[in-house]
Design a binder for this molecule. Structure first.
Ligand SMILES: *Cc1c(COP(=O)(O)O)cnc(C)c1O
Length: 366
């Protein structure tokens, strides 16, 4: 029986193998390993793809969030509001700056429940970090208004939402910074770790670049202490090859999501992803809800179909945050969904025949 993996990065590589191999070889031939022309080119290309004035390449998507906050002066005594369901990078970096993460429950689109934010704003609040989780933009119009009203920074965690749009604008352009990850499995993935910060603020972007490069824009000119968080030349070269394909790969993900909807529409007992108005979902993940998530996962596994759970525990209830003393009752939606969510295979190269087979197994189980 043919296996259907949760994600297959090899298929994509083989479709562009000669271009990728050539680009990597060129970096080695040119010894352009660090801060070479490929990095500068990618920064320019990525800013253009997002429609932002600047893009600063960094070592990974986690650093991108951390650097943005550090450059904004966020630190000890400050509070930063973020969402209860995300990858730990979003909250871990808040703690790394010395600030305290303040968690807010999710809505039925798996993004931050904007109506619950205002009650959590205090005089110590400095920023809000929404996550465009699974590829769907959070409620950006309301978030921008809230940040303006309370004089807070908006940092969009776009790690799962490359090229997603809210209205006519690509995510990453709504606040002071949009942070991106190019972890291999992301919609735009490098062949190792990589990330970027995009911004439309000239001074902020320059400070991010400086902070990520030991506080020096020129060699040995350390105006401040920073960190070492560089995008390396080989990753930049890989990303330069892949970026022109991203729009097509995104279309393919969206078509696959439509096929899932078509073939799962008559199945009772599952909830398909809800997409809010005025925005596009880029389906980094296709997450459905089902009361017997575990049983469904086992059934799909028996059929050779890979699944995953993003994420098994809401951030505030992880052992890492036990010191904050949170109670499950504070995050009713996130807690309920955590036991119901299951991510089905999703990648551009998935075929309709594979989606039909997955749908048959889901339907048979339900
Ligand atoms: C992947 C991811 C990150 C971090 O990216 P890395 O490149 O792995 O450091 C941050 N936030 C979210 C929501 C992510 O999915």
């Amino acid at each position: 029986m043919n296996q259907i993996p949760f994600v297959d990065l090899g298929l994509q590589y083989r479709s562009i193998k000669s271009e990728i191999d050539g680009a990597i070889q060129a970096v080695i031939d040119e010894t352009a390993f660090i801060n070479g022309k490929h990095v500068a080119q990618f920064e320019e290309n990525f800013a253009e793809a997002i429609g932002a004035r600047h893009s600063v390449g960094v070592a990974n998507g986690t650093d991108a969030i951390y650097i943005a906050m550090r450059v904004l002066g966020i630190g000890r005594g400050d509070e930063v509001i973020t969402v209860a369901n995300s990858w730990i990078s979003t909250s871990e970096t808040i703690s790394q700056t010395g600030a305290t993460p303040v968690f807010v429950d999710i809505n039925d689109c798996f993004t931050i429940d904007v109506s619950a934010i205002e009650a959590k704003i205090t005089s110590a609040t400095k920023a809000i970090i929404p996550v465009h989780l699974y590829g769907q933009p959070a409620d950006l119009r309301e978030l921008v208004a809230l940040c303006e009203k309370h004089d807070l920074y908006l940092i969009e965690d776009c790690a799962q939402a490359h090229l997603a749009q809210y209205g006519d604008t690509t995510v990453g352009n709504f606040g002071i910074a949009g942070t991106f990850s190019f972890y291999p499995g992301k919609n735009l993935g490098a062949y190792g770790d990589a990330g970027a910060i995009v911004s439309n603020d000239d001074a902020f972007a320059l400070e991010c670049k400086k902070f990520a490069r030991h506080g020096a824009l020129k060699k040995h000119d350390h105006e401040i202490e920073g960190i070492n968080s560089r995008l390396d030349g080989i990753q930049a070269a890989v990303l330069n090859v892949k970026l022109p394909y991203l729009a097509n790969w995104t279309d393919a993900r969206q078509e696959n999501a439509q096929l899932y909807r078509k073939h799962l529409s008559s199945v009772t007992g599952i909830t398909l992803p809800v997409v809010s108005g005025d925005r596009s979902h880029v389906y980094h993940l296709f997450v459905i809800r089902c009361a017997d998530r575990q049983g469904l996962g086992q059934e799909l596994k028996k059929a050779g179909i890979g699944t995953a759970v993003h994420y098994p525990t809401p951030l505030p209830l992880l052992p890492a945050y036990s010191y904050l003393g949170h109670d499950a009752a504070e995050f009713p939606v996130a807690v309920q969904y955590q036991s119901e969510i299951i991510s089905l295979p999703m990648f551009a190269e998935l075929t309709e025949a594979q989606i039909i087979r997955i749908a048959e197994v889901v339907s048979g189980f339900m």
